[in-house]
Structure formats: structure tokens, C-alpha cells
Design a protein around this ligand. Structure first.
Ligand code: AMP
Length: 402
């Protein structure tokens, strides 16, 4: 078998850096790693190479540049067998605004366009740009590709992406719904079609990506036609510590009656709400399930609100899809929490959704498969592979294919 090229992937968050080396054809992972809590005394680097796990404490002065520098040194030294096979570098970029409906080869013009989207994603895009700049210097010989979370949703119709605000806010400031988790939703739609043995053009899939961040997408014939996140990742579902949908008048009330500043609102909505805020215990679904089993009322309430909101979104997506062919659960919660899946489907029984208890319990911890054989909709659990989508796009664009 020929030696296929490999792709190096970077995913830079505000204080985290994830990297991986993948075979874009098979999805096989040769290396993966994550630097967490960068800039703090708890900074740590974990990586897995050739099936072995490693951990190293980092110093608070370590940043993207030093962690990526360490990676380059390894690729020049003991991991040179990987480096010689690299054909491209793929970067995850959260916000591509209206300028990117697909992944792109990075050049100066693309960098300017990504920079212009920073005000739409102030926590995410600057970190991605920083990672790209370091990688351009470290790997000047390799094509670098940007893969946007928003790109998959760029085909949404205007009646789905517009807010009912004065139109000039859209025209002059690009204020609209963009959606995120695009690489994950795209993978789920493609995989659901494969599992159903149908061409993707003949499928109508609802993809529920439920992790610390969570969103649902309605995908008609492989194209996203609606999704629950909006201008920012705050809109839509209940999340780990984000509130999801709110009455916008509530923000005025908090500002006027309770004197919240903009910074306090940002903190409240992004970090103190969601499962964490409701349960007064944790943002972590696994911990909440354990607490609920031990009688913690807040944990139960938080999980109930989570599932009820999710069920309402799934039901609403019957409108653009008309005849839903599959519902797929993914993300840390979607892949592992049989309770959340069961409770959500229970709400949807009026629409013909049914779940098989044994299959639901059995399909966890990385397993993939059908958890409903009855009812009108095939319900799947599909472990997501955003990194593979990035690797595939990077390899495709590096080879000159459009
Ligand atoms: P992610 O952001 O995709 O890594 O997902 C993180 C979420 O998945 C957290 O809320 C975890 O508690 C949840 N999760 C991971 N494993 C399990 C599990 N076995 N049962 C329930 N939730 C889980």
C-alpha cells in the first residue's frame, strides 16, 4: 500500500491548544495532544503518540509559540518519520463570517479576512490567528488550510439566519445568525447517510452535538438549513455554563434594575449559567447524573431543562426538513449519556420518535449505532470526528482539488 500523506491539525482556543497528526483517508490518528490552562500555574501538556500517553507540566510563561516550538523540535527529532509524511496543516477557525462558505488555503488575503471576523468571535478568532502565524513560520514549506465552524451553515436561507432587528444591522454590521460546530454537523450528516445506506442528497438529518458547547442542526440533502447557535455560540440549547435562548428584554432588566455591567453580563451568560447555573453544582453532565441519582434536586432540574429545550429544537426542525430521516446524537453528552437521550426522545414520542432501551444503554463510550429500530425516524449515536473533517479538507485543498 502506498505511504499516504498525513495532515497536522491545530485547534487554538483562548487558553488551550489541541494538535493531532492524522491520515486524512482512513482517519487513523498517529499523534494527538492538548495543552490546557496556558498562561496559568496549572498549565499542562498531554499527548498520545503510537498509542502511549504522556503528560508534562508547563510553566505559566509557556504560550502557543513555545508549545508549538516544542512540537516542531519533536517533529525535527524523534518524530521525523511523521514530519516527512506531512502534506498539509489544517487550522480550525471558529468564525468565518459571510466570507467563507468552505475551507480555504491560507494566504495574506485570507488572513486579513479572518482578522476582520475577530469582532464576531473575540474569544476565538484571535487565538486561531496566533496559531496560524506561528505555524506559517514553523512550517513554511507546507500548505496551510483554514476550516471554519461557520462555513457549513452559510447556505442557510435568509428567513432562517436573520434576526427580526432593523435590516440595516445586517446590511452594515453583518449581524445575523451564523451557527457553529459546522465540521461536526457535516461529519454527522455524512456518516448518518452512510449508516442508512442512502446518498446524502436523499437524507434529512437532525444532528445534535451535545458537549460543553451544544447545538442542533437541520441538514437537508447534506446542506445545513437551520441551526441553533446564532451570531455567537450563546444562542440555542442549554450548555455547560452558557444559558442558550433568553428573552432579550431580560438583559435590559439586568442592566437597568440590577445594575449589571457589560462585563458582568458576559460572565453571567457565558460562565455562570446553563447546567452549572441551574444545578448550583456543576457544568459537567456526568457529575450531574450521579448527583441526580443521589437525590440532588438542582442536578435533576438542570438536566430536565436541558432535555426539554433540546426536544423543542428537534421538534421545530421537522418544519424545514418536512420528513426527518435520521436524528443523530454526538459530542461528550450525546455520545455517552443514555439518560439525556432517553429523556429527550420521551418528549418527542408524540412525533413518532421511539428509542430502544437496551440499545440506548449499550451505545456509549465511543460506540456507534442505531438506538431505535421502531418509530418513524432512525436514531443514531455517532461519535464525532471534527479532526478528520479538517484533515480531509486540508488534504483535498493541498492537492489542488476544489
Ligand atoms: P465535550 O465538550 O464534547 O468534551 O463534552 C463534555 C461533556 O460530556 C461534559 O458535560 C461531560 O460530563 C459529558 N460526558 C462525558 N462522558 C459522559 C458520561 N459517561 N455520561 C454523561 N456525560 C458525559
Amino acid at each position: 500500500m502506498p505511504n499516504p500523506g498525513l495532515v497536522l491539525i491545530f485547534n487554538c482556543g483562548s487558553s488551550t491548544l489541541k494538535f493531532a497528526v492524522l491520515n486524512p483517508f482512513s482517519g487513523e490518528e498517529h499523534l494527538s495532544g492538548q495543552a490546557d490552562a496556558l498562561g496559568s500555574s496549572g498549565a499542562v501538556l498531554k499527548w498520545r503518540h503510537d498509542g502511549e500517553d504522556h503528560v508534562r507540566q508547563l510553566s505559566p510563561s509557556d504560550d502557543f509559540e513555545s508549545v508549538m516550538g516544542g512540537l516542531v523540535d519533536k517533529l525535527d527529532g524523534p518524530w521525523s518519520d511523521l514530519k516527512t509524511r506531512l502534506v498539509a496543516i489544517g487550522h480550525r477557525v471558529v468564525h468565518g463570517g459571510e466570507q467563507f462558505a468552505d475551507s480555504v488555503l491560507i494566504d495574506q488575503e485570507v488572513l486579513v479576512a479572518i482578522r476582520s471576523c475577530c469582532e464576531l468571535a473575540p474569544l476565538h478568532n484571535p487565538a486561531a490567528l496566533q496559531g496560524i502565524q506561528v505555524a506559517l513560520i514553523a512550517f513554511p514549506q507546507l500548505p496551510q488550510i483554514a476550516v471554519f465552524d461557520t462555513a457549513f451553515h452559510q447556505g442557510m436561507p435568509d428567513y432562517a439566519y436573520l434576526y427580526a432587528l432593523p435590516y440595516r444591522l445586517y446590511r452594515e454590521h453583518h449581524i445575523r445568525r451564523y451557527g457553529m460546530h459546522g465540521s461536526s454537523h457535516r461529519y454527522i450528516a455524512e456518516r448518518a447517510a452512510e449508516l442508512q445506506g442512502k446518498p446524502i442528497t436523499e437524507t434529512n438529518v437532525i444532528s445534535a452535538h451535545l458537549g460543553n458547547g451544544a447545538s442542533v442542526a437541520a441538514i437537508k440533502g447534506g446542506q445545513s438549513v437551520d441551526t441553533s447557535m446564532g451570531l455567537t455560540p450563546l444562542e440555542g440549547l442549554v450548555m455547560g455554563s452558557r444559558c442558550g435562548d433568553l428573552d432579550p428584554g431580560l438583559l435590559l432588566h439586568l442592566g437597568e434594575a440590577l445594575d449589571y455591567s457589560l462585563a458582568e453580563l458576559e460572565q453571567l451568560l457565558n460562565r455562570e449559567s446553563g447546567l452549572f447555573g441551574l444545578s448550583e453544582l456543576s457544568n459537567d453532565c456526568r457529575e450531574l447524573e450521579e448527583a441526580m441519582e443521589n437525590g440532588h434536586k438542582g442536578a435533576r432540574l438542570a438536566l430536565e431543562v436541558f432535555c426539554y429545550r433540546l426536544a423543542k429544537y428537534i421538534a421545530a426542525y421537522s418544519i424545514p426538513l418536512r420528513r426527518v430521516s435520521a436524528l443523530a446524537f454526538t459530542g461528550g453528552i450525546g455520545e455517552n449519556s443514555a439518560w439525556v437521550r432517553h429523556r429527550t426522545i420521551h418528549w418527542l414520542s408524540a412525533l413518532g420518535y421511539q428509542i430502544n432501551r437496551e440499545r440506548n444503554e449499550a451505545t456509549r463510550f465511543g460506540a456507534e449505532g442505531l438506538i431505535s429500530k421502531a418509530g418513524t425516524v432512525d436514531i443514531f449515536v455517532i461519535p464525532t470526528r471534527e479532526d478528520w473533517v479538517i484533515a480531509r479538507d486540508a488534504a483535498r485543498l493541498a492537492s489542488g482539488e476544489r
